[in-house]
Design a protein around this ligand. Sequence first.
Ligand code: GRG
Length: 306
Amino acid sequence: AAASASSLPTFDLNKYLLDKKDAVESALDASLQVTSPQVAKITESMRYSLLAGGKRIRPIMCIAACEMAGGTAEDAMAAAVALEMIHTMSLIHDDLPSMDNDSLRRGKPTNHVIYGEDVAILAGDALLSTAFEHVAKHTPSHVPAERVVSVIARLAASVGATGLAGGQVMDLECEGKKGVGLEELTWIHTHKTAALLKVSVAAGAILGGASAEEVEACETYALDIGLAFQVADDILDVTASTEALGKTAGKDLNMDKTTYPKLLGLEGSREEARRLVGEAKAALGRFGGRAAPLLAIADYIVERKN
Ligand code: GRG
């Protein structure tokens, strides 16, 4: 009988992440090529950010969910690429002068610093639309079309008013506002961060042939992980800022921003992250040992240092 998967001692997460990341990097590289001189500039700008590194956690979670549900990595690869395209678009737009006005991302100059704000906006737009095109065209033909349509619909919903864009607007509205509470903060992160993680595992599960109940269990897992990710991020900001005191100030020294540590305290935030991870893992109980990669990723997300 499948023992509690969380206690499996043999799962090597580092090897798993490296293997999957390799496969994802190759697929990302192949997904965007300069096909004529006329598209060279925008394609280079898109490739610059798409291939700039990053953990590739959304594609990896998508593939892990697909394999957990009985599919293969190939079944999910086009969706995995699309997820990273959407994520990259959101980072390019998030860094723009009219948003966070950041000049560095993943240790490199941001897209608009290299290509200009005009091209950066268009590269983001093109990455977003190419994501949908990629799933539609490159998901293996043996995967039933209704699964592909369902994935495309869910991807689209995760970006719109009830996803990334809506979460970002609410975040802007709360900036500098006093009295932002836990409910509002959670709403922002549910949409800004968790929505894309949710569709990552849901898409993988759907492509792998999961039932509606199994997809729902995956979504519960991802929502909890998404929130835990954000709580962990807020904690990292505080600890990094504390270490950097006296040198360059960390992000969280921006006193206008509401964060989990400000609302729950540092220890309370750690406790909340642990609670969310526990709830996330419990949601995958029905998958037994096949959940090992996603269970290990749940721990990794709150223990990571970047
Ligand atoms: C929806 C059209 C449209 C635009 C996007 C800017 C924006 C609207 C939304 C903001 C989305 C955003 C930047 C959310 C934060 C997500 C997040 C946790 C980013 C960090 O992700 P990691 O740690 O980064 O996975 P790496 O670099 O590893 O990929």
